[in-house]
Design a protein around this ligand. Structure first.
Ligand code: NAD
Length: 501
């Protein structure tokens, strides 16, 4: 099935497909820019109500949402399986992670966004200094299709608990999932007014309309190319953006690693979800003394692992048909650029499925090593030592996440990696720990979801300086200031900052 075959039947209707069979499974009216504006308007009205609710009320609403989704998990995961293509157990794991984040945000929002008193300093001793956190207003969330529930949850739940309302534009490939997820919030909270969590549907144009519809922040998860367009469009109104973009994550396997465990975990971290994981392992740098052992263990772990849509398959089809060509091209690039296929090869691509492909010692400048593949392929390169591994791991324009296997030096190596997160002696673990911030550096994005940092992405600090009493003769910030006042200030400055070294 080609991308063109999946184009909408009419300009106004988006058709969603089962990626394994190409069968249409749902139709959704496309929201034109005027409709997007209207929905943002509804969310704007609701924002005043929602921001005025105490944390306890917002927490209850989020927990009810999680509880509703838990009660409907079988129905929801069947829909995720059908529209996204991943095995139903993987869909359940994705939902589990999303529920964890809704729950964490609900329970920690109040503390992370609590106001705090600050010391005013000697010259302002008559002031009380406080920082309070305010909601931003309406947050536009634009999501991808690969983890259509987990990824937007990191923005939606955190924005909601902070007192914002949300307008969510799910990926055109997972519109049914996105709408089910958002509708569940209203179904779980029938007493709340409409507009707290709304969806708008469509292709890129609907997302672009949301960016310029007057929202107070855009939280985007998707490709780096789209992230750049969103940032450029948002610049016109200085609308802040949170960008969770692509990656080319590396794993380092040091000489003292548990090689069997590293190979077992990396096999899953690279190939689960058909490699369509933003923080999936795409490159491995393994110290040469253990390279052969690692490759042999990796092959053992991948023996019999295959794509398919039957219950025995380890992962599903490529969700987005266009991605098949990118993966095919990267396999060809790798083989042209000095690589050897030690698992699978060009024949592993049998649309819409791709079986695992492992490529050994590909030139570092090859697109297969430098560009995000987002498919079930993995490059493995042997390196002289950890220093070389770190240099190569840091050698792309991305910096999303990373993995280190070393029994004794894991933390030390991790600290040298230019990435937003690192998992040590495990893969992808940071994503399942709700309190850890998640996001990238370089072309992997700007800002953080999850954890305290993620909560603060959706609130603005409001600095309050309240004069508690006036100090006679010290009206520093008025025209009544006298020479005597300045003499006191000069003396205080000498005491405070002079002769300190
Ligand atoms: P994409 O950029 O093609 O689309 C993402 C969303 O943006 C979709 O909803 C799409 O309709 C919308 N969109 C497209 N053009 C737009 C525009 N001009 N303005 C506003 N919105 C627009 O990405 P995708 O193919 O859906 O997702 C795969 C990518 O997402 C991969 O690069 C992957 O690494 C990345 N991703 C990143 C994370 C992360 O947390 N960093 C998580 C998941 C996926």
């Amino acid at each position: 099935m080609s991308t063109t075959e999946q184009a909408p039947v009419t300009a106004e209707v988006l058709v969603s497909f089962d990626p394994a069979t190409g069968e249409p499974i749902g139709e959704y009216p496309i929201d034109a820019p005027e409709q997007v504006q209207r929905v943002v308007g509804t969310a704007r009205v609701a924002a005043e109500f929602w921001a005025g609710q105490p944390f306890s009320a917002r927490r209850t609403a989020l927990l009810r949402w999680a509880s509703y989704l838990t009660g409907h998990a079988e129905e929801f995961t069947a829909l995720i399986q059908r529209e996204n293509g991943k095995p139903v157990d993987d869909a359940f794991l994705e939902l589990t992670l999303a529920l964890g984040h809704i729950d964490w945000a609900a329970r920690h929002g109040e503390r992370a966004l609590a106001s705090r008193r600050e010391r005013p300093g000697l010259l302002m001793a008559n002031f009380a200094a406080t920082v309070e956190w305010r909601p931003l207003g309406v947050v536009g969330v634009i999501g991808p299709w690969n983890y259509p529930v987990y990824t937007p949850t990191g923005s939606i739940a955190y924005a909601l608990i902070a007192g914002n309302t949300v307008v969510f534009k799910p990926s055109e490939y997972t519109t049914g999932i996105g709408n089910y997820f958002a509708a569940a919030f209203a179904l779980a909270n029938p007493e709340l007014p409409q507009g707290i969590l709304e969806t708008v549907n469509g292709y890129g144009a609907t997302g672009a309309a949301l960016v310029t519809a007057g929202v107070d922040k855009v939280a985007f998860t998707g490709s780096t190319a789209t992230g750049k367009k969103i940032m450029a469009a948002a610049a016109d109104s200085l609308t802040p953006v949170l960008l969770e973009c692509g990656g080319k994550d590396a794993a380092i396997v040091a000489g003292d690693a548990d090689v069997a465990a590293a190979a077992r975990d990396i096999a899953w971290g690279a190939f689960a979800n058909s490699g369509q994981t933003c923080v999936g392992v795409e490159r491995v740098y393994v110290v040469k003394s253990i390279r052969d052992q690692f490759v042999s263990e990796l092959r053992k772990n991948l023996d019999g692992v295959r794509a398919g849509s039957d219950p025995g398959a380890d992962y599903g089809p490529m969700t987005m048909p266009g991605q098949l060509e990118v993966v095919r091209r990267h396999i060809e690039d790798a083989l042209r650029d000095g690589g050897t296929a030690v698992v699978g090869g060009p024949d592993s691509v049998r649309a819409p499925f791709i079986d695992p492909v492992v490529l050994l010692d590909v030139d570092e400048q090859s697109p297969a090593v430098q560009e995000e593949t987002f498919g079930p392929t993995l490059t493995v390169r042997s390196v002289a030592d950890v220093d070389e591994a770190v240099a190569l791991a840091n050698g792309t324009r991305f910096g999303l996440a990373s993995t280190v296997y070393s029994k004794r030096h894991g933390l030390e190596i991790a600290r040298r990696l230019r990435a937003g997160a690192t998992s040590i002696n495990a893969v992808l673990a940071f994503g399942a720990i709700s309190s850890l911030p998640f996001g990238g550096v370089g072309e992997s994005g700007i800002g953080r979801i999850h954890g305290q940092e993620g909560l603060r992405e959706f609130a603005r600090p409001h600095a309050l300086a309240r004069q508690r009493f006036a100090i006679p003769g010290m009206a520093l910030l008025t025209f009544e200031r006298t020479a005597a006042t300045m003499a006191i200030v000069r003396s205080a400055v000498r005491t405070l900052y002079g002769n300190k070294h």
